[in-house]
Design a protein around this ligand. Structure first.
Ligand SMILES: Nc1nc2c(ncn2[C@@H]2O[C@H](COP(=O)(O)OP(=O)(O)OP(=O)(O)O)[C@@H](O)[C@H]2O)c(=O)[nH]1
Length: 290
């Protein structure tokens, strides 16, 4: 082997993997944690049958899928029976720190057998929270592909007959959707994850910048970098970053959820024209979010 060949092999070996940051969103019980487990080929995310949200706090996990490093954030579902909508929204806001400088994809997890008014409200709330650019970074992932297959149907058959609201949502996301069976064999789960990642990678090529970001994400990133500098010498870079994210989720004193929530409020209010500002303030006062 020539010196050149071994040098390029070494370069490949040490080349940094492509990183894809994913935030899982959706209504309680739609299968977000199960999707997280299928993606990471683990049981890292808690998942159960329940009408109450099993995921109360953001969960963060890093997994390698072939040559891609996936940073996955699972969020608490909206509309669970035990947690108020305000608490869930606050918790989702805290996932901002965990996916800074911004997610490459918001994976909106929907159950193929259930699309109700609450799903519509979930999507509306999320688009209010993340703004107009939100839909450019959304991929819809339907769970329950097993049910579809049992009924001898394909995803295309299903899409052809969706209700108007879902049709509109698919249009906004340029029809980026796929389906997965999280209860199937590992092989089936891998196929679903592969299809999802292909959609995400195509979307990343189309988006400029390739990941969603806003002032809050950038500020969160700044705070993480500052924190990492303080910890210089304590382990390698990715390990430090991992610990910083865990710190954010656990609400360590250096990075408070309240700070993020305040940043969201300030940014939205500052960016709106006068009338919009009043409406926004009234809406959030009514929800008692801030
Ligand atoms: N048949 C079938 N069941 C699924 C599928 N995906 C998830 N489930 C089941 O749906 C239930 C809820 O899944 P979770 O992953 O806990 O849902 P979640 O959205 O994370 O719920 P919260 O954490 O409460 O917000 C579990 O019993 C899963 O086994 C799927 O593809 N097919």
């Amino acid at each position: 082997m020539s010196a050149g060949t071994s040098a390029s092999l070494l370069a490949c070996f040490f080349a940094e993997k492509q990183v894809i940051r994913i935030v899982l969103l959706g209504r309680t019980g739609n299968g977000k944690s199960s999707v997280g487990n299928s993606i990471s080929e683990s049981k890292a995310f808690k998942s159960e049958i329940s009408c109450e949200s099993i995921t109360k706090q953001c969960q963060y996990h890093v997994a390698d899928f072939y040559d891609i490093r996936l940073e996955i954030v699972d969020t608490p579902g909206l509309f669970d029976t035990e947690t108020t909508q305000e608490e869930s929204i606050k918790e989702i806001a805290s996932c901002i720190g965990a996916s800074a400088p911004g997610p490459h994809a918001f994976v909106l997890v929907l159950n193929i057998n259930r699309f109700t008014k609450e799903e519509e409200q979930t999507v509306d709330t999320l688009s209010q929270l993340f703004g107009d650019k939100f839909f450019s970074y959304v991929v819809i992932l339907f769970t329950g592909k097993d049910g579809l297959i049992r009924n001898g149907k394909s995803l295309e058959d299903f899409i052809a007959k969706v209700p108007d609201y879902l049709r509109g949502l698919l249009d906004k996301c340029k029809n980026r959707c796929t389906a997965i069976d999280n209860t199937g064999t590992q092989e089936k789960q891998k196929t679903g994850v592969n299809e999802l990642l292909t959609l995400i990678q195509t979307m990343m090529k189309e988006n400029e910048p390739e990941y969603y970001t806003n002032e809050i994400y950038l500020k969160a990133e700044e705070m993480i970098v500052e924190h990492e500098k303080d910890k210089d010498g304590l382990g390698d870079k990715s390990n430090k970053r991992h610990n910083s994210r865990i710190g954010i989720i656990n609400g360590d004193s250096w990075f408070k959820k309240e700070d993020i929530i305040k940043m969201i409020k300030d940014m939205y209010i500052a960016s709106l024209p006068f009338i919009g500002r009043m409406v926004f303030q009234a809406l959030f006062n009514k929800l008692n979010i801030f």
